[in-house]
Write a protein that binds this ligand. Structure first.
Ligand code: HEC
Length: 302
């Protein structure tokens, strides 16, 4: 504090202003981070919800409209017609979306512990989520961020349970399943499912990296603008300090020095109506009094 007291007026003021600038930028940065974090989560969550609902709509369309239409063919064909399966059509519709470059890192999967089609096989992360759903039947949805080799993703997962006995016509045992299903998919996987059992997690992953990049950019721009405004303000305050206070005070100090060595005909010329102006007036009055006092002394000596 003592060192601060010894500094020049301009240096003191600038030290204060710069510490305000640094604190303001830091506070602004933290505040913006918080807001952007929430906004990013909202934005990716909105996308993920829209996708999962759309995929459910595709599933419903397949089971209510496509499957009945193809039922007779399905029974007689040598190979199974996967287009009649909701899980297949949802995945295929999504793969179509993924062909567009901006969606290629999005993912929709009915991640299954024991899948009919190997591409639906749950990886370790998805298996853990499905186990969580199995342990806690009340848990209807899980959301969060997940990072892998392709960056950071937001995911929504919902449990997929066997609610209808009709599902078991194909997913119970290979003997019970249609022959064309077994000849197409084999008899190893996708069987042994039980009624009311959670067999899979329906998972949507939305990449968050681009949203994060955009947010960082926004944060940087806002902070630069705040910084610039502060720097301009500091420059203007310095200019004002110099012209309105420091220069007049320096001049007065110089003049006072001269006056103190006997040059009593000098005058402080500062016409402003502010504090510096009234200081100049007082000093002028003091010089006048000094002159009169000296005159009186001289007269008395005579
Ligand atoms: C007519 C036979 C059949 C019926 C009935 C059926 N499925 Fe499937 N299911 C399949 C086939 C075949 C696949 C694999 C499709 C593919 O190639 O992606 C499949 C795939 C799935 C998948 C994706 C994981 C996997 O095994 O590849 C889920 C989940 C699923 N079915 C759930 C159900 C549910 C729930 C029901 C009842 C509402 C049901 N299935 C009824 C034949 C059937």
């Amino acid at each position: 504090m003592l060192a601060f007291k010894n500094l020049k007026l301009g240096t003191k003021l600038n030290l204060i202003l710069i510490s305000i600038l640094i604190s303001a930028i830091a506070a602004c940065g933290i505040f913006l981070s918080r807001i952007l974090e929430t906004k990013i989560e909202q934005e990716v969550a909105d996308k993920a919800f829209l996708i999962i609902e759309t995929m459910n709509s595709v599933r419903n369309y397949t089971s209510s409209q496509v499957k009945p239409e193809l039922a007779s063919r399905l029974a007689s064909e040598e190979y199974f017609i996967p287009e009649t399966v909701p899980a297949y059509s949802a995945r295929e519709v999504f793969e179509g979306l993924r062909k567009q470059p901006e969606y290629q890192n999005f993912l929709y999967k009915e991640a299954t512990l024991n899948p009919t089609n190997p591409r639906d096989k749950a990886d370790q992360f998805e298996t853990e989520i499905t186990q969580r759903f199995r342990q806690n039947e009340q848990l209807k949805e899980k959301t969060g961020f997940r990072t892998d080799g392709n960056g950071k993703f937001y995911y929504i997962a919902r449990p997929l349970a066997i609610k209808k006995a009709s599902c078991l016509e194909c997913h119970d045992t290979p003997e019970r399943a249609p022959a064309n299903l077994v000849s197409t998919y084999g008899s190893e996987h996708g069987f042994g499912w039980k009624l009311n059992e959670i067999v899979a997690s329906q998972i949507v992953s939305v990449p968050a990296r681009n949203v994060y990049q955009a947010a960082r950019q926004l944060q940087l721009s806002v902070l630069s603008i705040v910084g610039m405004i502060f720097l301009i303000a500091i420059a203007l305050i310095n200019l004002f300090l110099k012209s309105a206070i420091i220069q007049p005070v320096k001049k007065m100090a110089l003049l006072s020095n001269k006056i103190s060595t006997g040059d009593l005909d000098l005058q402080f010329n500062h016409n402003s109506k502010d504090e510096i102006g009234s200081l100049a007036k007082s000093l002028n009055r003091m010089v006048e009094s000094l002159k009169m006092a000296l005159q009186m002394i001289e007269e008395e000596e005579d």
